[in-house]
Design a protein. Sequence first.
Length: 277
Amino acid sequence: MVVRKFLAGARAVTPAARGQTGSLLMGPVCRPGPEPVEIRGADCAMRQLHQQEKQQFIKLFEQEKIDRFDERLRVVETFLQTEQHVTASELAALVSENGDTTDAAFVRETLNLMCHFGFARKHRFDNGVIRFEHRHLGQHHDHMVCTKCRRIIEFTDDRLERLQGQIAAAHGFHMLQHKMEIYGICSECMQSRQVEMPLAMARPGEKMVISGFRGGSAARLRLMAMGMRVGDAIEVVTNTGNGQVVVALAFNRLVIGRGLSLKILVQSPESEQHAFE
């Protein structure tokens, strides 16, 4: 809740484009002044920035005598044309759509070179998939990741940047770099979500309230023997989607089988509060 309150003034980076993986792929912020400007109003500036980066790429790769220069340049051009968090395989497919045949291994090698020279940045979000995005010098943003639809939302907030610097300074810590990744459920997924649902559908990290039980008396007695009752607040620790669910209840960890987790009904504390208003 503290993060939600603090981010009330945060600015999402636009525009949004939906990629092959269903992620919301957000464009970078153009910063000509103290306030960020959405890329919709700065297409020309962004194209100019990409052209500058392309020229820097050509200069550096020629200087370092990188092999297969022309092929790598086509990969870079395609990468600069997309405002996406892409995997090597996804970028290889985009290159092929432009009429150039290549393979994911070569694209991955080129992307790693781009990371080395500061043209790209590598991310491994919670599902372990490596994705690459543009690295615009002098600009920084953080990410919100929807654990349901895998949407990735970039945002920037000057207050967060200042606060992190102040915290580091208070500890006598010289901060070199940082990143913030907030995992949760995006507004679109929340709108389509059931108010009450089986525990098996809850996402790791969610804090829920037990609202009821399905099944016969045997299942109810078993849950009560574990210490679970209607109205109890729980936190989902682990839920892979096809196995056991681990929850925290009153500082205890409970392991619940998949079948039983389908019989436990839960809802968010906010939903429960609204139900009694």
